[in-house]
Design a protein around this ligand. Sequence first.
Ligand code: AMP
Length: 414
Amino acid sequence: MSVVLVVNSGSSSFKYRLIDMFAERVLAHGLVERIGEKVGVATHTVVAHAEAGEPAPTVADVTQQLTRAIPDHTTGFAVMLEAFAAHGPSFDEHRPDAVGHRVVHGGARFFRATIVDDAVEESIDDLSLLAPLHNPGALEGIRAARAAFADVDHVAVFDTAFHQTMPPEAYTYALDREVARRHRIRRYGFHGTSHKYVSEQAAAHLGRPLETVRQIVFHLGNGASVTAIDGGRSVETSMGFTPLEGLVMGTRTGDVDPAILLHLQRTAGYDTDDLDDLLNRRSGLVGLAGANDMRDLVARAEADDQAAQLAIDVYVHRIRAYAGAYLAQLGGADVISFTAGVGENAALIRERALDRLGFLGVRIDHDRNRSVPRGEIAQISSDDSDIVVLVVPTDEEVEIARQTLHAATFRRAE
Ligand code: AMP
């Protein structure tokens, strides 16, 4: 078995990647979007690869785009299959042996990638209560994909699963126990696929068994979270009951005093939708400086824009606080990694985030930090730093494909 199709479905779109698992090589990827609107758009890219023995691809990637009404995910899958048939790669040669699906919320039920059957579909549906914006779309994609690829295993890979190893003291909120139990309120954590992938890459880079490494991973993208990982197990993470808690994000607040919500309800007439919009879409970097792209904010801050400077100060201040807290929870760390859009690209954020950890022997090499090769794993700490600091490009699709292959192979062996 060697080819996996990875599907990441939202409510009105899905992304896919066909991966040859032998070399973890992407054969094709695409995006079907505006599902349910008047005109849908399907984009399919066939990835060029070098012929054996040649150093670089001899042909360029080929991208095709098609517009037509795509009323639902089932039609979206039919459009995707047409794109494969018309432009390749051919399913005769590269038929998926399994399909992996990203599912945001697995609740407390799913602690690893799981073969999808009707009961699993039902559980994902039930968990839509906890992730109303995410799980319904994933379920649509799973149903359409199971119909389109009826004879292969479908595997659900949950963003929350990696964090199921957290101890009760880390996942329990100090809320009334009965209220918490009845409404399944606890910390679940998200971005687990990325944290798992990056922590494995980091341990491999150090040349040490994962089981022996204490690490902190900062996933700083549009959404942002940090995880403390002890011997490959998540022991603490900053996102909680939903992906709103924790670090400052592109448009989300991260941590705030919950009494602010009560105050806005009581004195300014905010209802649930107003609060949802404020916390999830009008806050974070956008709320502080009107933009969520860290490139723009860094440029504006350098040009003395005070709103951009404050936004970056708040962003970094929060990261620092979590770095200190997680170092304390772990009792020290061997490696700290940065990943995702901001973590992989924003040298200024990385160096400011760790600039006060010198007392613990964290020493950033500024030349290394400023010249990280794009898309490569790189050490940015100096050789005499007690804690190694790395930039590690994340790849959630490859991790989903790995877990899918593992679950499907395991099942066949049963
Ligand atoms: P992600 O969610 O991982 O795709 O990250 C997206 C975010 O990464 C964007 O909103 C930007 O803020 C940030 N980003 C991407 N490229 C850069 C860059 N070269 N410098 C700073 N930030 C960047």
